[in-house]
Write a protein that binds this ligand. Structure first.
Ligand SMILES: Nc1ccn([C@@H]2O[C@H](COP(=O)(O)OP(=O)(O)OP(=O)(O)O)[C@@H](O)[C@H]2O)c(=O)n1
Ligand SMILES: C[C@](O)(CO)[C@H](O)COP(=O)(O)O
Length: 232
């Protein structure tokens, strides 16, 4: 049991266009069973008892979201996302900073609909061990190769301490906002919240998460997500 309950606000970057999916709509609006990828993701975050609000960052021309029942949820706040995922997260962090400056931000990709309440709880509870913040991650299981530009193996990479970064990623919102904003201003390559914290010299914790918490990115990920959702 955590010894210092804190205000937790989920941030869902959902302003992407899903170019790698190649669908006729942004991938977060593709159906997984009875509802869209984004709807599944939001329902899970709404259901977690420690998450007080859910901020979704949407594409400025998004005309799908208002059709989701989830768009009317009392916990939901909408903000306009930016050109990159990090810009969308920062837009949501700006809202948190101005309304709940002492909150913790739990940032979770819209495109990861298979996340479980148990994994979210384990990440939240991990701050007793990692007060600087932490992320869900999956240890690498395969032999890892580095290639050259023409697709030839250059070398085998030691996988002993390699992890796949997942989401949610969980940090004090005001600190994350400060470091993410500074990292972007410095044009640092930021692809997740942890990389912004690392850029600022923070060493986030790693919490081992389920490997079925996949990011739906390419067409073949859809059937995988359907399978995983059916088994939860
Ligand atoms: N400017 C952006 C780009 C991405 N995202 C979100 O960040 C998450 C992870 O990004 P990714 O899987 O790369 O989604 P897309 O950017 O939509 O995919 P692609 O790179 O294939 O276009 C997704 O939920 C996506 O909606 C966002 O909020 N704002
Ligand atoms: C945040 C993330 O899902 C962690 O693995 C990943 O970095 C998102 O990368 P993308 O290129 O924006 O999909």
């Amino acid at each position: 049991m955590r010894n210092n309950p804190r205000s937790i606000i989920a941030i869902v970057p959902a302003a992407g266009i899903g170019s790698r999916m190649g669908a006729d709509k942004p991938k977060q609006y593709l159906m997984l069973g009875q509802q869209s990828i984004l709807a599944h993701t939001l329902d899970t975050l709404f259901a977690h008892p420690e998450i007080e609000q859910v901020i979704v960052a949407l594409h400025p021309q998004d005309h799908y979201f208002s059709q989701l029942p989830q768009s009317q949820h009392p916990k939901l706040i909408q903000v306009v996302g930016g050109g990159e995922r990090a810009d969308s997260v920062l837009a949501a962090l700006d809202y948190v900073y101005s309304h709940h400056p002492d909150a913790w931000a739990l940032v979770h990709d819209a495109a990861r609909p298979c996340v479980t309440l148990t994994d979210i709880s384990r990440l939240i509870e991990s701050v007793d061990i990692y007060p600087q913040g932490a992320i869900l991650a999956a240890p690498v299981r395969d032999t890892m190769k580095r290639s050259d530009a023409s697709g030839h193996i250059v070398n085998t990479v030691d996988r002993t301490l390699l992890w796949h970064a997942l989401t949610p990623q969980f940090f004090p919102a005001s600190i994350l906002r400060r470091h993410l904003s500074a990292a972007l201003a410095a044009q640092a390559p930021i692809t997740d919240e942890a990389s912004a914290m690392e850029w600022a010299g923070v060493m986030p914790g790693l919490v081992s998460g389920r490997v079925d918490n996949i990011k739906v990115t390419h067409p073949d990920d859809l059937q995988l997500a359907v399978l995983f959702m059916s088994q939860q």
